[in-house]
Write a protein that binds this ligand. Structure first.
Ligand code: XIL
Length: 344
């Protein structure tokens, strides 16, 4: 039994693919993608800074490989991401003197980018993260360059352009910390407003960058409930960090005898059994919650295949050893995989 077979009547089980895998350097990881998952998303290669690093010069080499891999394996294909303030090229927002461009110019650039990217994969990419991370944790709009130039209208424009470019694609708003009540309220308010105005938005993506002690699963439940009223929900970018965060809200409870540095990278040589058990238990609790809401959840996607791939080894602190995914550095399924399969 595999993950995708176990969950086939519930929701898609996805994984992110990175550039190195798409370039053909990691056949064993691609084999796991094929055998365990039925949905894929590109971890970086479809971001605007990669696709259009220079204005008008589009590079689709790895994005094409990504889509072809999904098609060859009959997978659901998710596009990440069209409009995001991060990993966007600087030229997008500025003129040759380095000043912010006008509303008209930014609108035109958004339109060209979205039409070119979504248009190229029309009918082939099933769903898109159209706008990523536009709301702050307190529920207000993020003061990104998109916002500074266009105000909240940039969000409407992005969804309209994406819908024009591929009327059949499902369009999502995606963000992190989506279980924080103030953020939940902000997102709900924004999405309601968009829907009232007839903007084509089909669902909400809750990034799942979770830790052993955050977020509060009850709040996550409430958010699933609230977002489900507005459309479909995706659990995106799921991984479970076992490391403490510099902000003090995540990671294993660690004894006071560790030094500060030990605390920041306490398991360089492997995960102690008690932490491994906590890890399994926490994934199981979250998947129970996803199953409870499965009527509204279209997809649950892991942010990478094995622990060695995870961006969590370098974020928010560089050079750590984290163990957040379902397969270990030797591509062996962790005990949690069997538990998740048996849950359904
Ligand atoms: C991350 C990637 O995993 C890293 O490889 C990259 O260096 C930075 O971006 N929110 C998102 C993702 O929507 O695109 C981010 O991915 C993680 C946070």
């Amino acid at each position: 039994m595999t993950l995708k077979d176990a969950y086939k009547d519930k929701f898609y089980i996805g994984t992110a693919l990175n550039a190195w895998q798409l370039m053909g350097n990691k056949p064993s990881e691609m084999h796991i993608a094929q055998s365990q998952f039925n949905s894929i998303v590109a971890e970086n290669v479809m971001k605007s800074g990669r696709i259009q690093a220079k204005e008008g010069e589009f590079n689709f080499e790895l994005a094409d490989k990504f889509v072809e891999f999904g098609e060859q394996n009959n997978m659901h294909i998710h596009g990440h991401t069209l409009i995001w303030h991060s990993q966007a090229p600087r030229w997008f927002f500025t003129d040759q003197q380095g000043n912010l461009v006008s509303k008209e110019v930014l609108t035109e650039r958004m339109k060209t980018h979205i039409f070119t990217v979504v248009g190229r994969y029309k009918g082939r990419i099933d769903s898109w993260d159209v706008v990523n991370e536009a709301i702050e944790d307190d529920g207000s709009y993020r003061n990104s360059k998109f916002y500074q130039i266009l105000g909240e209208d940039f969000i409407k424009l992005a969804f309209k352009f994406a819908h024009q470019a591929d009327p059949d694609a499902e369009l999502y708003y995606n963000d992190y910390s989506m279980a924080i009540p103030s953020k939940r309220n902000g997102v709900v308010k924004m999405v309601k407003k968009l829907k009232d105005e007839g903007i084509p938005i089909h669902g909400i993506g809750m990034q799942g960058h979770i830790g052993l002690n955050h977020p509060d699963i009850k709040e996550f439940d409430k958010s699933l409930e609230a977002y489900s009223q507005l459309g479909k929900v995706m659990i995106t970018e799921l991984e479970l960090s076992v490391l403490p965060s510099p902000w003090g809200d995540a990671g294993a409870e660690l004894s006071d005898t560790y030094t500060y540095e030990d605390k920041m990278n306490p398991f360089p040589n492997g995960l102690p059994e008690d932490v491994q058990r906590q890890f399994t238990q926490r994934y199981v609790e979250f998947f129970k919650l996803f199953l409870k809401h499965s009527d509204h959840i279209s997809r649950v996607a892991l942010w990478g295949i094995n622990d060695g791939n995870s961006w969590k080894n370098n974020w928010p602190v560089r050079g750590r050893t984290d163990y957040p995914l379902l397969f270990d550095r030797d591509n062996q399924a962790k005990p949690v995989v069997k538990e998740l399969i048996e849950l359904v």
